[in-house]
Design a protein around this ligand. Sequence first.
Ligand SMILES: CC(C)(COP(=O)(O)OP(=O)(O)OC[C@H]1O[C@@H](n2cnc3c(N)ncnc32)[C@H](O)[C@@H]1OP(=O)(O)O)[C@@H](O)C(=O)NCCC(=O)NCCS
Length: 132
Amino acid sequence: MAQGTRRKRRDEIKLTIAPFQSQTDYKSAVDIQREVWKFDDIDIIPPSMLLASDHIGGISLGAYNNDRRNGRFCVQFPRTEDGILIQHSHMLAVRQAYRNFGVGYRLKLAQRKESLKRKIRRSPGRSIRCSR
Ligand SMILES: CC(C)(COP(=O)(O)OP(=O)(O)OC[C@H]1O[C@@H](n2cnc3c(N)ncnc32)[C@H](O)[C@@H]1OP(=O)(O)O)[C@@H](O)C(=O)NCCC(=O)NCCS
């Protein structure tokens, strides 16, 4: 897509990126996993697991419309590498209708910002596949 067109489309979409706060936020991640990856029930990370991950230092972020509907999200699990706490970026998904507006990029920047806020300064040395 041409840069000018991308910038124009990016300006059209007003979103707030924030950590998950409510049960609705965690549940929305289930709908998005089904829609984006076509996961079977057994493959879906359930709200309880995402909540537990966030309780121990993980970061689940949503990108919200004005009506606080979440159509995109990313999830990071905490883990250590060589004894140093890092964030394993596990899932990033943007619903089809919102793609190529720069939302995925903004979610990645928000992950970085949130990690730095928590004094996590190192990226993982290895990556693990997040989908089938
Ligand atoms: C990957 C994804 C999150 C990108 O979201 P997005 O909001 O459209 O991303 P942006 O608008 O910020 O960036 C779009 C750019 O990423 C590129 N891109 C999209 N999917 C990509 C992929 N799997 N690998 C490499 N680049 C990809 C696009 O081609 C586009 O490139 P361009 O800027 O050169 O035109 C979205 O396509 C998605 O949800 N895909 C399905 C799930 C997935 O593969 N998640 C990533 C692994 S967990």
